[in-house]
Design a protein around this ligand. Sequence first.
Ligand code: SF4
Length: 485
Amino acid sequence: MDWRQTLSGLDDISEEGEKSLSSLIEVFGEFEPTSSAWRVITTLYLDKTRLAAEFAKGARSGNANPAIALWQFQNFLRSTLPKKSGYPIRDLLDHIRRLVIVSDERDLRDLPEAAQSLDAVRIMTIHGSKGLEFKVLHLPALTSRSIPLSVKQNRGLAPPDGMIEGAPFKGCDALTSGHDEEQQCLFFVALSRAEERLILYAYSKRSKFVDDISGHVLNEFPQSASAEGAVSANGIKLEVDGIARISPSELATYEKCPRRFFFAHVLQVGGRRAESPLMRMHNAVQGVVDELTSRLNDEPSEAELAAIMDKAWMENGPADHGYAAEYRQISDELLSFFRLLRTGEKRRAPIPISLKFGEAEIVVSAHEEVDAGSGRVLRRIKTGRKTTNAVESLDAAAFQLAAEGHGEAEFVFLTGATQDRLTMSSTKLGNRKRKIAQAAIAILEGHFPPKRSDRCARCAYFFICSEPPSGTLRKKIGSGLPDSS
Ligand code: SF4
């Protein structure tokens, strides 16, 4: 909570900003990092602000949703949470992330019994609607990608092979067989909740299940709003003083989720990813890779190497985990592949290469530059496994483009022990180059729409990911967006 002291001493701040900060400091003034979530929430909305009064007023005039949401959240807070670190709010947030990751938060969203009779729109999953009926039913997103879901998205755990009686039957076959039929049943459950009117929506190609019943649809209307339109409304007025410098890893972040790029690299909001022990193991391996690549041709002795690995392990690895020894063994294997790969190589210090896209600059840095007999190889080392589009992503394209005229570009993936030269065809590379330029323009124009996915619950910005306020954001950073790669 040191920010309260830091912020109160700021002098380069507008009058309006100072007023807002003083209010925040006043509201959060009495809390400590060890305060309980219950105390913080109730003090905030009952004592320090007029939120509870506003919600009650809204409920009286027909908008009960905020009040009900608060009531449900309160009930959730009162459920006993395991005491862990002595920081109840941090533990609570970790608990919420875990619930969302394993989709176990759905029950918590159910409307309380006492609010069942409210005259309002109820939003629920098809599973949650079983046994209920409604006069009017809206079924959104009935697209070919939503229902039936691809069998690959089935998160069920396959039974062991041989457990199911009958013809030779593998456990994973049990998951795939009957998948479509099960999805069709789900669709039927959804349709049969309607008593008088049923309205179906599809914002893109509609589901084959909707086609099956199209003979019974009374009115068909053209699409009235598109996902594209919704995205373009998310522009943020961004004024950058100087050239916006973006690294390929930041570009990769933008490709994965523009809103995450906004939080991390434009607002530079610090945040903690929900890191699994596996991720922490990768962090430790990355630490060793960074250290070794910074030494160029100065190979450490076995004792020195062991000390480097121990240090990285203690600082970043899952040293306190029940399976720490197993994780450590995996990390040692990854690093032994890395050392083997570099045996006998001659390396020189890589020089950052800049690619210009209008007012934006992509600065590409290799981990190391290797003298291969036939020329130079610019190498990037990734501790993870090679994903399906890893060597064709925008990040890879920027790396290959930067290497042109200097040598060849190479990605090394320590998990799976793969080493790939980047060899996208000129047509593919041209397409990627256009996409990079579009991303750079979109960044400068302030387009940072959220790209929601299953990964959100692990994102550092999960709890603050809402629409940013209106107004212009000025970045007085001289040389552009800072490179944090
Ligand atoms: S929570 Fe999801 S949508 Fe929001 S920034 Fe993170 S990844 Fe993007």
